[in-house]
Design a protein around this ligand. Structure first.
Ligand SMILES: Nc1nc2c(c(=O)[nH]1)N[C@@H](CN(C=O)c1ccc(C(=O)N[C@@H](CCC(=O)O)C(=O)O)cc1)CN2
Length: 284
């Protein structure tokens, strides 16, 4: 068996094609959406992601604003940038690229983002809305994973999903989205304290690997026919390496590779959230 590839790049392009007329309609009304990014420091991965986000904006006709800041910026100086973007009418929404340098309080920064502009869905109010099942922006990677599975018709209703990794941007928030009534999956959230990871992965219909541990998921751990999504990011000898061993493609029914799977979907969901933020904004 060779897995059907869950092609995140093609799916992102399809989503962009759906979003472009909505952006054009806003532009005709003088309400072109604007995405701002806040990038602190010189981490090459973060720089690459931010560059891709601005290229995406250009593709669909969204304005972009960049705030690239030095790694020794103080908390107060960073707050001032956040406050400026909260007040800027040209900015429909913005993201603070994570992780931030260790001396900065990430949670305090996320807390300061205007919830109406939180297109990353990672600020406390957005996370609270997710827990309470209230409308609001959803975190981009979990939303992208569910959208990718939906478009390839991988069943989630009643499915056993094993998520590996409990980070904020993927595992923790994905568990909340997958267990909503409208998705209805049963979720096992694994982490470094999980006693028998292989057993948890083996009983899954869908495996989402987001541990950042190269080659962690091996073919013997995967139930034949299962859907496997590789979200882990590590650099091995300068090369992007995922959590899923390449041989898993011979056992899985569906595979979201890394790169080319969930990463582009994260960006598609971000652009979608920016368009929604601009549509919600009442003209002054
Ligand atoms: N504020 C946030 N910070 C981070 C998030 C996030 O959702 N919000 N998630 C990750 C990084 N991330 C988004 O910022 C991200 C990861 C991957 C990709 C992507 O398109 N990857 C490509 C390949 C990239 C490469 O070759 O290096 C792919 O998978 O095909 C986009 C965005 C952490 N920080």
């Amino acid at each position: 068996m060779t897995a059907t590839i869950l092609d995140g790049r093609a799916t992102k392009d399809a989503i962009f094609a759906e979003l472009t007329p909505r952006v054009s309609a806003l532009t005709e009304q003088g309400r072109t959406p604007g995405l701002a990014t806040v990038l602190v420091g010189d981490d090459p991965g973060s720089h690459a992601y931010v560059k891709m986000k601005h290229a995406d904006c250009a593709k669909v006709g969204i304005n972009s604003i960049r705030r690239d800041l030095p790694s020794d910026i103080s908390q107060e100086e960073l707050f001032a940038v956040v406050d400026e973007l909260n007040a800027d009418p040209a900015c429909s929404g913005y993201i603070v690229q994570l992780p931030l340098p260790k001396h900065l309080d990430e949670n305090a920064v996320l807390q300061r983002i205007d919830p109406a502009k939180d297109v990353d869905g990672l600020a406390p109010l957005s996370l609270g809305n997710l827990v309470l099942n209230e409308p609001g922006f959803r975190p981009c990677t979990p939303a992208g994973i569910i959208e990718l599975l939906r478009r390839y018709e991988v069943p989630l209703n009643g499915a056993q999903v094993t998520v590996v990794g409990r980070g904020l941007t993927v595992g923790r928030t994905l568990g909340l989205l997958l267990t909503r009534r409208d998705v209805n999956a049963t979720v096992t959230l694994c982490h470094t304290g999980t006693r028998d990871l292989a057993a948890e992965v083996r009983r899954a219909d869908v495996v989402i690997a987001a541990a950042g541990s190269p080659g962690l998921i091996t073919p013997d751990m995967v139930r034949p026919g299962a859907a496997v999504l590789d979200v882990g990011v590590s650099r091995v000898d300068g090369k992007l390496t995922g959590d899923v061993a390449p041989e898993v493609a011979e056992v899985a029914g569906f595979l979201a590779p890394n790169p080319g799977g969930v990463g582009p979907m994260t960006r598609a969901m971000l652009v979608s959230n920016v368009v929604e933020a601009a549509e919600r904004t009442v003209r002054r």
